[in-house]
Design a protein around this ligand. Structure first.
Ligand SMILES: [Mg+2]
Length: 456
């Protein structure tokens, strides 16, 4: 079974550039998770002698989940490939003077307080002697593919969370490998032998708890949480350790006097519902280890919801020509990625971030599905004219297409005949353009208006 390319669809350039995106994916998955909630067959445990046959079976069939997280993945790969970098603070993200953020830090750099998503100049201040490297996305994706293949040897129920993290359904595997600890050790050994990289593994009865377990002792850790140990190990931890609880929720919980996971697990659900709506009781059940969704195999992964690209200008700009040329470049990339993945979409979203970080997004929809960049660009331009405020400089622009389908539903007519002809011509031309780019690189052929793009 191969790796589902949709998974790699999540790894766009921006994902590889910022760890923020990794968090974004996590948040997105958490939401999906909350939608897919299944009531687990959790029940209070009786002593072994009191178990009925039914309980015995439930116990046997209980889901056990492994969460595997590579240690400082991008930095570890660079250190592996260049011995001169080993045992040194390495920061992946770009040159320290640039406006990007830290993608990954080696553990040596973390000791100085540098961390993911931190602006690069800040990391430079904290750790001036660190070695700064650009993100080598293609290399990391290649290693990631090999990693996922190793994991698939153990269980077909593999659900990647990001480029360096995955859930594995390991229910029943402990019997084959003697114990869960042995299974964990064996997977760690395989990864070390074949990729020369270390990882941290958490094992528990739900995805949320497995993820929490892997976060407890990084790097190179192996942590197993048994249900009996919930109160001892998990309850004293701060709520923030729970997947999906961010700073804002943490503060709101603190106002209710909820500091630890145990506080949350024991808090009356009705009161939580008043403050957090239907997510309140879900949080409490997650904290008590009673909330779970199954590990989704690769085939069942939710499809990518949108295809998008963003650009941060080196210097904030109000040069309209320059912005338009950059938009066109982004649209071309979006169109190309959609065609590669063989999807079409009908909603185009334009995102603008002004110099003061104020961010606006506007969207509009076609009445048909497209992956034709000419069509996407004309919608993008419409949106641009609607929202751009000439008095202010732009820091970031982004374009995305959503409402994706793999095949266009039949019977949809395009609005005007001229437009139809132009789009048809483009549809004939684009496969050839794609082939040229595949053979000679992304810059081999451009739309003429892209030439207005100045070197930044
Ligand atoms: Mg990691």
């Amino acid at each position: 079974m191969g790796i589902n390319p949709r998974f790699y669809g999540w790894i766009n350039e921006a994902t590889l550039k910022t760890a923020n995106h990794a968090n974004f994916v996590n948040v997105r998955l958490t939401y999906l998770h909350l939608f897919w909630v299944q009531k687990s067959g959790f029940s209070a445990r009786a002593g072994p002698g009191d178990r009925t046959q039914k309980e015995e079976n439930m116990q046997k069939n209980k889901q056990r989940v492994m969460h595997l997280d590579m240690d400082a993945f991008f930095a570890a790969i660079e250190q592996r490939d260049n011995p001169a970098l080993r045992h040194k603070p390495v920061i992946i993200g770009g040159p320290p003077g640039s406006r990007g953020v830290v993608s990954t830090c080696s553990y040596e750099a973390r000791r100085y307080g540098a961390h993911s998503a931190m602006p690069l100049p800040t990391a430079k201040k904290l750790c001036p002697h660190a070695i700064f490297l650009p993100v080598n996305g293609a290399k990391y994706v290649h290693v990631s593919r090999r990693l996922m293949k190793i994991l698939q040897r153990y269980s077909p129920q593999l659900e990647p969370v990001s480029v360096d993290e995955a859930f594995l359904n390991i229910s029943g595997l402990a019997r084959i490998y003697k114990s869960e600890k042995e299974l964990g050790r064996k997977i760690k050994r395989d990864i070390l032998d074949e990729l020369q990289l270390t990882c941290t593994i958490g094992i528990a009865s739900s995805k949320i708890l497995a993820k929490l377990a892997s976060g407890l002792n990084k790097p190179d850790g192996l942590n197993i949480i048994e249900d009996e140990e919930m109160e001892r190990i998990v309850y004293p931890l701060p709520v923030r350790k729970l997947w999906g609880i961010g700073e804002a929720t943490e503060k709101a919980l603190a106002r209710l006097g909820i500091k630890t996971i145990g506080n949350l697990a024991c808090f009356p659900e009705l009161k939580l519902k008043k403050v957090f709506g239907k997510n309140g009781p879900l949080m409490a059940r997650a904290a008590a280890g009673k909330l779970d969704s199954p590990v989704h195999g690769l085939e069942e992964l939710p499809a990518e919801k949108s295809v998008g690209h963003e650009h941060t200008f080196r210097n904030d700009t109000d040069d309209v020509e320059q912005i338009r040329a950059q938009l066109l470049l982004l649209v071309q990339r979006v169109g190309r990625r959609m065609r590669k993945r063989n999807v079409r979409g009908k909603t185009v979203t334009l995102k603008l971030r002004y110099e003061n970080f104020e961010t606006h997004t506007h969207r509009t929809s076609l009445n048909s599905y497209t992956n034709n960049e000419g069509q996407i660009f004309s919608l993008t331009e419409q949106l641009w004219r609607q929202i751009y405020n000439l008095k202010r400089k732009i820091r970031l622009i982004g374009v995305s297409v959503s409402h994706l389908v793999e095949r266009e539903p039949a019977g949809l007519e395009l609005p005007f005949r001229d437009e139809q002809l132009r789009i048809k011509a483009d549809d004939l031309l684009l496969p050839t353009v794609d082939k040229i780019k595949d053979t000679y690189g992304e810059n081999a052929i451009w739309r003429a208006s892209g030439l207005l793009l100045k070197r930044e």
